[in-house]
Design a protein. Structure first.
Length: 232
């Protein structure tokens, strides 16, 4: 399992460099809020670690001027992983947006990775479920299927989906030859045994490695190192 840590600034990113993947986002703009392209570029310059960038996740159905333009911009700014969340319902619309985002990135950056996120709390959000989203990922040119929580109110991934459902999601992705990423207000005690048993390829965190476990606080280097030691 690889640890993805989500700093909101270049300064925070310096404290996250022990992670496997540095994920650039702007938490004040939502669960997958997009940061500025110059911030993506500056964080990419810090080290040779892969950089992920959310593109303003929580996307309504805007495959053209919204999602695909943002995806291309993030890839051009240096992101190795480009991540979008689906904040709407309907498999046909999800397929159209996934295809648009994947084409926008792979059109000129075929080596880069496109991550599609659905939400564990999809029922209260009225959005597509992760299990409905998963088969649409590689079918429409993307690479990683992710589950996150959409409403950041202190409830975690495990408040909405238990280990068996998350295991089913991960197994489905493996059968489809695509990777799994899991996130959503995770805590240190979630790392093992539950997440180690589920064994997704990527685990995404922010609040876990911030002071006091508050995602609006600042990432602490020693907490990133603690999370890495528990995963390895």
């Amino acid at each position: 399992m690889e640890l993805l840590v989500s700093p909101s600034s270049v300064e925070e990113a310096r404290s996250a460099l022990a992670a496997d993947i540095i994920d650039v986002k702007k938490p004040s703009e939502g669960s997958l809020g997009a940061n500025f392209p110059w911030v993506i570029h500056a964080i990419k310059e810090l080290s040779d670690k892969p950089v992920s960038a959310a593109i303003g996740g929580d996307y309504a159905f805007l495959p053209g001027g919204g999602a695909s333009q943002a995806a291309y911009g993030a890839a051009s700014a240096g992101a190795d992983y480009v991540k979008v969340g689906l904040k709407f319902d309907g498999a046909d619309r999800a397929a159209e947006l996934i295809e648009a985002v994947a084409k926008a990135v792979h059109w000129q950056y075929p080596e880069k990775t496109v991550v599609i996120a659905a939400y564990a709390d999809y029922e209260r959000m009225g959005t597509i479920s992760p299990l409905e989203m998963a088969p649409l990922v590689t079918e429409n040119g993307a690479d990683v299927a992710m589950i996150d929580t959409g409403i950041k109110d202190g409830k975690s991934l495990f408040d909405f989906m238990d280990e068996s459902v998350l295991g089913e999601f991960t197994d489905l992705n493996r059968s489809l030859k695509q990777k799994t990423a899991l996130a959503g207000s995770l805590k240190f005690e979630d790392l093992e045994p539950p997440l180690r048993c589920i064994n997704p390829e990527i685990i995404g965190v922010r609040g876990m490695v911030c002071g006091g476990g508050d995602r609006s606080s600042v990432i602490r280097e020693e907490l990133v190192e603690k999370a890495m030691s528990l995963l390895k």
